[in-house]
Design a protein around this ligand. Sequence first.
Ligand code: G3I
Length: 317
Amino acid sequence: AALRVHAAARAKFIGAALATGPLANESAYRGLAAAEFNQVTAENAMKWDATEPSQGQFTFGGADAVVSFATQNNQQVHGHTLVWHNQTPGWVQGLGASAMRAALQNHISQVVGRYAANPAVVSWDVVNEVFDDNGTLRTSFWYNTLGQSYIADAFRAARAADPDARLCINDYNTEGINAKSTALYNLVRSLRQDGVPVDCVGFQSHLAIQYGFPSQLQQNLQRFADLGVQVRITELDVRMVMPRDAGKDATQAAYYRDVVNACLAVTACAGITIWGFTDKYSWVPDTFSGQGAALIYNDSYQAKPAYTAVHDALAGG
Ligand code: G3I
């Protein structure tokens, strides 16, 4: 059976990030996206540059296309992402403190508010990648203009816009136990002590076989769960140095299996989203020259060993 059937039987979601171009233009893409996954994330269409390119001018064409596809296919939508330092227009970055704070609140209120009554849209990445790898807060334009308070403000604005949505903080290189994940842990604990509505922590999980599997993934998920938050794998992919070969495919498949099993072993882990599904459409080759093949289908939509690994782990094999 499809991945989504096995995931549902384990009370987990299995998701994919969707790109609006192939969603509109390729039936093979639509077919697999609908058949295999029960949750979707817009890869780009809900980001600030897509939804509010000029101040106060909201454009929801791509976001609505993803939500309507999900609704047609009985899938949940995870909103990504309200506050980030990338893909945010220059007009935001140039604002002074009080205007920037107002823009953040209006953006969250409009974007979250649009889908608040829509039962498909269940959760949001409220802030994304607020840390540097050494565990200090990233000195983004948000931090430089507003200080750390923008994080709590963003969560409070999202809660006000949709009291029922699950609100997440999301980051990368936080899968294992390390300085960055410990800083994230301390921030989540302190925000919740202050009554800030952080419900969920997302672990992106952009892995690479040449760098090894994150150490103590399951224990790391569990320590966050013990704070009382939901955890989830939000952007899983496993890249390799090209070209592919059978050995690399097998290592990649083992990484996918081990991520799925870590989530299955943690009751508070809600599910796993893969950052795409076909190697035909992946951010990896554009960002890491000479690397790729990070997803579970090849660029002709054929299932790879990684697909079988995810399938068999979800099926309890
Ligand atoms: O839409 C424009 C198009 O009009 C233009 O012709 C073309 C030329 O480069 O660019 C298109 O925009 C690209 C956009 O993806 C849509 O394809 C941007 O250049 C490109 O930078 C952008 O990349 C996205 C990246 O975030 C940007 O930060 C990737 O698709 C997306 O997968 C990636 O996703 C992020 C998560 O949001 C957060 N975590 C890390 C993850 C990977 O970087």
